[in-house]
Design a protein around this ligand. Structure first.
Ligand SMILES: C[S@@+](CC[C@H](N)C(=O)[O-])C[C@H]1O[C@@H](n2cnc3c(N)ncnc32)[C@H](O)[C@@H]1O
Length: 263
C-alpha cells in the first residue's frame, strides 16, 4: 500500500548515488546512474543504501526492522518513565529547531516521523532512515496525521543527496548507532545550503562513546586536560562549520549539538 505521494520531479533532482554522488535518473521505476547502477523505489520510497555498509549499521537496521511495529508505543513508555531519571520530552529540543516557511528540511534518522508530527507544517520534509520497516510505519503515521514528507531509505554516513540542497538538517536519536559519527556530521554539512543550520540530538548516555571518537580528532594541546564533557562533541564537527554549540538539555537526558554551514 502506498501512503506517501510519489516522487515529485523537483525532489527527484535532490538525489544522487550515496557514495560516488553520480546523478540518478528515473528509469522503469528505478533510480539509475549513467553506468547502469540501479536503486529500486518501493512503496514510493527510493532505496538508496550504499552497496556496502558497516556490520554495525546492518545490525541496527535489522533491530529496527524487527521492532518498528512497536516503536511508537515503546518510546512513549520508555521516555515517559525514564527509570531512575527524568522523562524526556521532545519539545525540549524541537523548540530549538527554527524552520522558515517553505524551508526544505532533512531528518537523517526519521524513524516513524514523531518529530515531523510536532514540527511546523509550513516546512517541506525529507526523511531518511536505514530501516525500511520504520519508513513504512512513518508513511502510515504521516497519512494518519494528514502530513506529507518524502521518505528515503539510506545511511546517515553516506547521504544520497547532492551538495547544498537543504535549508536545514536535523537528526535525533541515531548517532549512537553509527560506526563513524563524525562522517554523518560531515555529510549533514555537505548537503546543507551555505548559511543553513544543522541540529543533532541524542541521549546523553551516548556522549562518552562520541567523545572517544572526538578525542582521536582533537589536536594535542600540550599539558591541557582533554575535554571529556558534552563540549568535546564539537571536535566531531568539521572545522569548516560555523557557530558550533553543544549543551545538555532535558534534565541532562539529551545532548544538543548545533552548527551552521559557512556562507
Ligand atoms: C531511536 S530511533 C529515532 C527515530 C526518530 N528520529 C525519533 O526521534 O523518534 C533511531 C533511528 O535511527 C535509525 N538509524 C540507525 N542507524 C542508522 C543509519 N546508519 N542511518 C540512518 N538511520 C539509522 C534507526 O533505524 C531508527 O529509526
Amino acid at each position: 500500500m502506498i501512503y506517501s505521494p510519489l516522487l515529485k520531479p523537483d525532489l527527484l533532482a535532490l538525489f544522487c548515488h550515496p557514495q560516488s554522488h553520480a546523478p540518478l535518473a528515473l528509469e522503469l521505476g528505478d533510480l539509475v546512474t549513467s553506468n547502469g547502477e540501479r536503486f529500486p523505489v518501493e512503496d514510493g520510497i527510493p532505496r538508496l543504501l550504499p552497496p556496502q555498509i558497516p556490520f554495525r549499521h546492518r545490525f541496527w537496521a535489522w533491530v529496527y526492522n524487527q521492532t518498528a511495529f512497536a516503536y511508537d508505543w515503546g518510546v512513549a513508555f520508555a521516555w515517559g518513565l525514564k527509570l531512575g531519571g527524568q522523562p524526556i520530552e521532545r519539545r525540549t529540543y524541537l523548540e530549538k529547531i527554527k524552520l522558515k516557511p517553505d524551508a526544505l528540511v532533512l531528518e537523517t534518522a526519521v524513524g516513524t516521523g514523531l518529530n515531523i508530527q510536532q514540527l511546523p507544517a509550513h516546512a517541506r520534509y525529507v526523511g531518511l532512515d536505514i530501516s525500511f520497516a520504520m519508513l513504512q510505519r512513518c508513511q502510515k503515521n504521516l497519512a494518519g496525521w494528514g502530513r506529507e514528507a518524502t521518505l528515503v531509505q539510506g545511511d546517515a554516513q553516506w547521504l544520497p543527496f547532492r551538495e547544498g540542497v537543504f535549508d536545514a538538517v536535523y537528526h535525533m536519536g541515531g548517532l549512537q548507532f553509527l560506526a563513524e559519527p563524525q562522517r554523518a556530521l560531515a555529510e549533514a554539512l555537505r548537503v546543507t545550503k551555505p548559511g543553513g543550520h544543522i541540529w543533532m540530538v541524542d541521549e546523553a548516555y551516548s556522549v562518552p562513546r562520541l567523545v572517544r571518537h572526538a578525542r582521536g580528532m582533537i589536536p594535542p594541546r600540550g599539558t591541557a586536560p582533554a575535554q571529556t564533557g558534552v563540549e568535546a562533541l564539537s571536535a566531531l564537527v568539521p572545522p569548516s562549520a560555523d557557530d558550533i554549540h553543544a549543551e545538555l538539555i532535558s534534565n541532562g537526558e539529551l545532548y544538543f549539538l548545533s552548527f551552521r554551514k559557512r556562507f
